[in-house]
Ligand binder design. Structure first.
Ligand code: ZN
Ligand code: FE
Ligand code: FE
Ligand code: ZN
Length: 267
């Protein structure tokens, strides 16, 4: 078995993905998926970088492009309209305005920045050498909790992305993760098993199995995402992700419509 939904994929509008939405949709059909969601990088609220996110003026192009693909595939595939938006403290109002501009099915909230440092950006990788890795991890978890508490998001994206380049904390993070799970529970956000980690130096899905066990035990809703930046990656490693979800203790995953969980699917 494998999950039949892939809720995390990108488009060329973000400046670092290839393939048009029709190609992602076709790849999803070929992979046996029944539902997908486009969650391209929402415009940055704190700066402009055409190589990382679409610009504000491109949002209408995004809607039009995805709506066309929804139309073309309407008999074969359910296609959700979503965004992956950064959590940048101090810019919540600007983020809210972007989210309110369209009737989205869900919003993935992602922490890619600690203050001004894009810690998962290959161009800023050297900065890791100057940082205290344990401190980076606790700063990251604090931001994850704040992102959930912001109320802006439905799904918290790749919720241990901080390990991307293979830097590992030497302290026990169990307390940090449990505290985070509690906040996720109270704020009602879902998490995702994001398979992109298997294609990165950390060589492991996001989040790690020990995190998944805690989130499952806490009753956090689950989604699946490939974080595809190319059509070939749609549904990547979903068989392993399915097995992992089950062994971590999840019994179901969810789908979203208009910012609410509308279906629960048994694993
Ligand atoms: Zn990206
Ligand atoms: Fe991301
Ligand atoms: Fe992504
Ligand atoms: Zn992502």
């Amino acid at each position: 078995m494998q999950p039949i939904y892939d809720y995390h994929m990108h488009t060329p509008l973000c400046g670092h993905a290839v393939g048009w939405p029709d190609e992602y949709a076709q790849a999803a059909l070929d992979a046996g998926l029944e539902e997908i969601g486009f969650s391209d990088h929402a415009p940055f609220v704190h700066m402009v970088d055409p190589g990382v996110t679409m610009g504000m003026s491109q949002l209408p192009d995004y809607y039009a492009m995805i709506e066309k693909t929804q139309q073309r595939f309407k008999n074969d595939l359910r296609i959700k309209m979503a965004l992956e938006a950064d959590f940048i403290p101090g810019y919540e109002d600007k983020t809210q305005a972007i989210i309110d501009d369209y009737d989205y099915d869900y919003i993935i909230g992602s922490v890619h920045f600690i203050k001004d440092w894009g810690f998962d950006d290959p161009d800023q990788r050297e900065r890791w050498d100057q940082e205290d890795v344990n401190q980076v991890y606790s700063d990251y978890y604090e931001l994850l909790r704040r992102s959930a508490k912001s109320g802006l998001f439905d799904i918290i994206g790749h919720c241990d992305l901080v390990k991307k380049f293979g830097h590992r904390a030497t302290i026990d993070l169990t307390g940090e993760i449990k505290q985070t799970a509690q906040v996720f529970k109270e704020t009602g956000v879902a998490i995702e098993i994001n398979t992109a980690g298997w294609r990165k130096p950390c060589e492991e899905q996001y989040p790690a199995e020990n995190c998944l066990k805690i989130y499952a035990a806490t009753g956090i809703p689950l989604t699946f995402g490939s974080d595809a930046h190319t059509p070939e990656d749609v549904g990547a490693d979903f068989k392993q992700a399915y097995a992992l979800a089950k062994s971590a203790g999840f019994t179901e995953y969810v789908s979203f419509s208009k910012r609410n969980i509308d279906r629960v699917i048994r694993l």
